[in-house]
Design a protein around this ligand. Structure first.
Ligand SMILES: [Zn+2]
Ligand SMILES: [Zn+2]
Length: 247
């Protein structure tokens, strides 16, 4: 455990070197418009980054955008606080990030991953420093087998590495729940009830759930409630995108 930061630093150094070499051999292009990356630009060009659907004045508890900035949670969160302490999402689930996430998830367009990572690493910076474990929202093994990977794991790995904290792997989705897409809030709640189980113990004090999209928040609420029931004092959420319209 003590050597984790050393190896993480070494991996980061090698990946920077590999990145620089790759850029020389195969110049990087913006994942959204295809423009060649200028010096200092990552996987998203400055123009596209400026056009991305940001969540303005997002509520710290639920991530929903608001008209005015405030450190206090929104009215909805004050009336019915969610079981998680903070929710931070990089973008609103709108074009072009919605299309990019679907291409990544359902068509294995893995070239989006560096851009997603850049967005998540910036977004996680505002989350508490006491987070000591990361939980990618688990995928049922049948769905993982079909998809070939868990998208949440791909997003969570660089976050865990940047923070030098472990990934929890002992929480499983036990019901092969049908896809949440196209279901309304009530149907989602029913669909996901008791969908997760913890095998063993979680010693972490503040777990960060990572997922690609937060729609109604039902999945994160279920997981946060389970973790808190099992003795984890605090849970926060990091997502690439947050749905802001009606579910
Ligand atoms: Zn671009
Ligand atoms: Zn809120």
């Amino acid at each position: 455990m003590n050597q984790l930061p050393f190896y993480a630093a070494l991996r980061r150094k090698f990946s920077r070197l590999a990145g620089a070499l790759e850029h020389e051999l195969m110049p990087r292009r913006c994942v959204f418009c295809g423009a060649l990356a200028k010096s200092g630009e990552g996987s998203i060009c400055t123009g596209c980054a400026g056009d991305l659907p940001r969540l303005h004045n997002a509520c710290v508890r639920c991530g929903m955008p608001r008209d005015a900035a405030s450190l206090a949670p929104c009215i909805e969160c004050q009336i019915a606080p969610p079981p998680f302490y903070r929710l931070s999402a990089a973008l609103a689930y709108e074009f072009p990030i919605d299309a990019a996430i679907r291409a990544f998830k359902f068509h294995r367009q893995l070239f989006y991953v560096p851009a997603f990572t850049e967005l998540l690493l910036v977004t996680q910076e505002i989350l508490p420093v006491d987070i000591d474990a990361v939980l990618p929202v688990p995928l049922h093994r049948w769905r993982k087998l079909k998809r070939g990977f868990n998208q949440a794991m791909e997003l969570a790995l660089p976050v865990a590495e940047a923070r030098g904290i472990p990934i929890l792997r002992n929480i499983h989705r036990i019901r092969p729940t049908p896809s949440q897409s196209g279901l309304d809030a009530r149907a989602r709640q029913k669909n996901i009830k008791d969908a997760f189980v913890l095998r063993g113990r979680v010693r972490a004090r503040h777990v960060l759930l990572v997922d690609d999209v937060v729609t109604t928040g039902t999945t994160c609420k279920q997981l946060a409630t389970l973790l808190r029931k099992k003795g984890v004092p605090q849970v926060s959420v990091l997502a690439l995108a947050r749905a802001v319209g009606p579910a």
